[in-house]
Ligand binder design. Structure first.
Ligand code: GCU
Length: 430
């Protein structure tokens, strides 16, 4: 016993050095195009046994293979068991946004066996609509009250990351943060264009901290609910995506003002990674939009540009499954790349957005992933004709595959939204 304690103590003392040793092994971060190594991407249209996927009818088998690979080696498998999804409307105000919208707040309770988790859903619905409308659904980083200044928006009671700019110091939501992220959720513009907006605090689904994937919705399930081995089970990004699907369940079943067949998964940065995985795993999402999603989002791993898998697995060890850690600094050994994640969204519309100064997210890698995913849309009979070169800063591409690179830093701005809205307006039936 004592021996074990001594060993543990020595290990604890050595840990910082072991961690530094690992970091020292890392190559410096690449921010220059000339530093990108030569690489070959795995083909989304070749089965694992080498059979070419030449006809649309073969895609579902290839899609299933890719879903399995990306789950097993990166995001992790969610337990394949259903939960009950029940909503309780806790407020409904038809005078929101100067009378343009009805603001609804709903407690969406997810129950599995004797365990439950409540997601606080904030919904803005356009008052002018005569028919059910398409809706954007996305997770926010710090709480619904940060996404709009309306004083009626409730504070969540869950753990929050501390953040000086957002005025969170005690891991708790406070009044001081109200409206501080409103620029990311321009509800007025979205409503004026005839869409509903739905957002939930990501930490209601799963707190953004390392806890061995025990809390949040992970805690709804027991050992026997999993079919995957522990190292392949879902991390926090997969949990967030799963949460987006549960919000879609709720809207499909219980929100008559929203057209459940036109719900768009959208997210910025880490929530953009989650939106992409939601679009990939849940074909009910009519379209998917990722903004500055970067590494393990839209950016290609093999370019090794900006943030890399090893950075994610070091700084956010809870985001992916444990198996992904064996690929740290071994991108060329990954049996997939992120264009294949994007391909899983085909034939539905997909938009990838970059910001020119956001080198950490590798804008060019985001564009190239889209370009290399495009053959799957073409195979499925969707006309798409992306240029081989990425647009200049300020440029954009519309079509079933949309893309823009705006000037400026990592953020979600109303100028991004204007382009997203132009893109979703083109969706059939909008
Ligand atoms: C960090 C992280 C990124 C992530 C970003 C965000 O920069 O390294 O992967 O996208 O945070 O979520 O804002």
């Amino acid at each position: 016993m004592r021996r074990r304690h001594t060993f543990q103590r020595i290990l604890l003392l050595l840990l910082p050095f072991i961690a530094t040793a690992q970091l020292q092994k890392m190559e410096p971060t690449r921010h220059e195009e000339s530093q990108v190594p030569a690489y070959t991407l795995p083909d989304p249209l070749v089965m694992e046994d080498g059979t070419p996927v030449a006809e649309a009818g073969q895609w579902s088998a290839r899609r299933a293979e890719l879903l399995e690979i990306l789950s097993a080696r990166q995001y992790g498998f969610a337990p394949p068991v259903p939960v009950s999804v029940k909503g309780k409307v806790v407020s409904e105000d038809s005078d929101a946004l100067d009378g343009a919208a009805t603001m609804k707040q709903v407690e969406v309770v997810l129950t599995h066996g004797d365990k439950s988790r409540t997601l606080g859903l904030l919904l803005f619905l356009p008052n002018a609509a005569a028919q059910p409308v398409p809706a954007f659904v996305g997770l926010n980083f710090f709480g619904n009250h940060t996404s709009h200044a309306d004083p009626r928006i409730r504070l969540h009671g869950n753990w929050s990351p501390n953040n000086e700019a957002l005025r969170v110091t005690d891991n708790r939501a406070t009044e001081d943060s109200r409206g501080l992220r409103a620029h990311r959720w321009p509800a007025e513009e979205i409503i004026a264009r005839g869409y509903a907006l739905a957002t939930v605090y990501a930490g209601d689904v799963d707190p953004d901290h390392e806890d061995g994937c025990k809390d949040g919705v992970h805690g709804l399930f027991g050992e026997t609910d999993h079919t995957a081995p522990p190292e392949e089970r879902w991390g926090t990004i997969a949990a967030w995506s799963w949460g987006l699907s549960r919000i879609l369940d709720y809207m499909e079943e219980s929100e008559p003002a929203v057209d459940g067949a036109r719900v768009i998964a959208l997210g910025h940065s880490r929530m953009g990674k989650a939106a992409l995985w939601a679009g990939a795993t849940d074909t009910r999402f009519a379209a998917t939009i990722s903004n500055n999603s970067g590494c393990v989002g839209a950016a290609l791993h093999r370019r090794r540009f900006g943030e890399r898998l090893v950075d994610i697995n070091t700084n956010f060890p809870h985001w992916l499954n444990d198996r992904s850690k064996s690929f740290n600094e071994r991108e060329s050994d990954l049996p997939f790349d992120q264009h294949q994640l994007l391909a899983l969204i085909a034939p539905r519309p997909l938009y990838v957005a970059s910001a020119a100064e956001d080198l950490w997210a590798d804008p060019k890698g985001e564009f190239l992933a889209l370009l290399h995913a495009e053959p799957v849309w073409q195979l499925l009979g969707i006309r798409s004709d992306l240029p081989r070169e990425m647009p200049d800063v300020g440029g954009s591409l519309t079509g079933p595959l949309g893309y823009h690179i705006r000037p400026g830093k990592h953020d979600l701005l109303s100028e991004d939204w204007v382009r997203f809205l132009d893109f979703t307006d083109r969706m059939a039936g909008s």
